[in-house]
Design a binder for this molecule. Structure first.
Ligand SMILES: Cc1ncc(COP(=O)(O)O)c(C=O)c1O
Length: 438
């Protein structure tokens, strides 16, 4: 196996990584199949995070691999500016079907960040197209993560992602986050306390006036900040207020889409209709980079009233890339054939019981779960925020499980094809790691 080690690690500037630490103690993955990675030393690593929330159908899914192989031999690249190829249109129709036709159109991007920036631009351009060009303000939420574009970090609410980058977009405001350990610790599903925090939108409307506000963007369940689950009734209230004030509601479903919640999307789970929805990751089973913005029919129609010509001056060279379309079409087929969402739903209570069985272990100050997602919050080491969870991450990898940490929170989001034996292995190993933590 040694020959697969890179000759040097000096030149790759790794994203969201402690480069100096990693290059001294690398963790190198060389292959993947089903629920497991293999590392460079030949160890099996159980994937507790679906890569980065990306792989609902499991790794090296044969149908998806075959579809991408076939497409690359047939159509390696085709532009979608004033041109097209059949798979891009077929996929769009199938995606509409997958949302039960609750959306009318889909715009392709290459990542979640691009999907977010696209949705924000669409919201601004929509109001302008309708003669309400004063609606230029965007509202995000504290602790929100919407990728790393300038739009996404502006509406996002994670300090470390914003601090180094100066002023960012103007005309942005933030709702408060909904995390409250005093009131809601150790909740299964949606916590009881906090729906009233949606009313903070009224305060923001009073401050700026509705006529200046284009859109509100939230993650239905915030992932990257450490699994923050919306309080009961919170999202419905947000929807009501957006409707009342003519503000578009964008759900960022980059991690909650494609079965993660045991429903196709979080919008289904919470029974709340956003006007736009951003997706990526599970859209192609993570196999080829792709994002997508889903829009309600009225949005598209507003643009189609413009004088003849290009209706939206926006798009990416790789929007609707043939390989991504092939991967996504095959992913949808696997979802149908293997009833991935139903399978995830059948395991939800076993998953929830397993994660909550960690209650009482050293340093565990909260456990929260919804769908096939879990957050385990650890007490920080005084003066060293994040160090305890990162230690858990390293120890877990050494013991053969991939977990993800953010601050002192462990976030789990396995491939949806897992079985009970994988849940037992994941939480068995994690319990041992937590018991051994300093
Ligand atoms: C909710 C949310 N939005 C956007 C993104 C950004 O996606 P990408 O990393 O594909 O740009 C992420 C990534 O984790 C995410 O969780």
């Amino acid at each position: 196996m040694n020959e697969t080690r890179p000759a040097s690690m000096a030149s790759f500037w790794m994203p969201f990584t402690n480069n100096r630490d990693f290059k001294m103690h690398p963790r190198l993955l060389v292959s993947a199949e089903g629920m497991y990675y293999k590392d460079v030393d030949g160890n099996s690593i159980l994937d507790g995070t679906a890569g980065l929330w990306c792989v609902p159908c499991g790794h090296a899914q044969p149908k998806i691999v075959a579809a991408v192989r076939e497409m690359i031999g047939q159509l390696d690249f085709a532009p979608t500016f004033q041109m097209g190829h059949p798979a891009a249109f077929d996929l769009a129709e199938q995606l509409m079907e997958y949302t039960n036709h609750r959306f009318g159109h889909v715009f392709y991007t290459n990542s979640g960040s691009e999907a977010v920036d696209t949705a924000l631009k669409m919201a601004l351009a929509y109001h302008r197209a309708r003669g309400e060009g004063t609606r230029t303000r965007l509202i995000g939420r504290e602790r929100g993560y919407h990728g790393v574009g300038f739009g996404g970090i502006s509406v996002g609410g994670i300090a470390g992602n914003r601090k180094p980058y100066g002023a960012m977009l103007p005309y942005v405001d933030h709702l408060p986050h909904t995390h409250d350990l005093e009131k809601n610790a150790f909740t299964r599903g949606e916590p009881e306390y906090g729906a009233h925090l949606a009313d903070e939108l009224e305060r923001i409307v009073t401050l700026h006036d509705a006529s200046t506000i284009a859109a509100v963007i939230v993650e239905p369940v915030a992932g990257s900040t450490g699994v923050l689950i919306p309080p009961k009734g919170y999202l419905k209230r947000l929807r009501e207020l957006c409707t009342k004030h003519g503000i578009l509601l964008i759900f960022d479903e980059v991690i909650t889409g494609f079965g993660r919640m045991t429903t196709p999307f979080a919008a289904d789970y919470f029974d709340v209709e956003p006007d736009l929805m951003t997706t990526a990751k599970g859209l192609t089973n993570g196999v080829v980079p792709m994002g997508a913005v889903f829009t309600k029919p009225f949005l598209y129609e507003a643009f189609m009233q413009a004088p003849a010509g290009i209706e939206l001056f926006h798009g990416y060279t790789y929007s609707g890339h043939p390989l991504a379309c092939a991967a996504s079409l095959a992913t949808l087929e696997v979802f149908r054939e293997q009833k991935i969402v139903e399978h995830a739903a059948s395991l939800q209570s076993y998953w929830e019981d397993a994660v909550h069985s960690l209650r009482g272990l050293p340093h565990v100050i909260d456990i929260r779960s919804i769908g096939l997602i879990a957050g385990i919050e650890l007490a920080p080491i005084a003066g060293k925020p994040g160090a305890r969870a990162f230690d858990a991450f390293k120890k877990a990898f050494a013991d053969g499980v991939l977990i993800r940490t953010t601050g002192d929170i462990i976030a789990l989001s396995p491939p949806l094809v897992l079985e009970k034996k994988h849940i037992d292995e994941l939480f068995g190993k994690l319990a041992k790691v937590l018991k051994d933590l300093a």
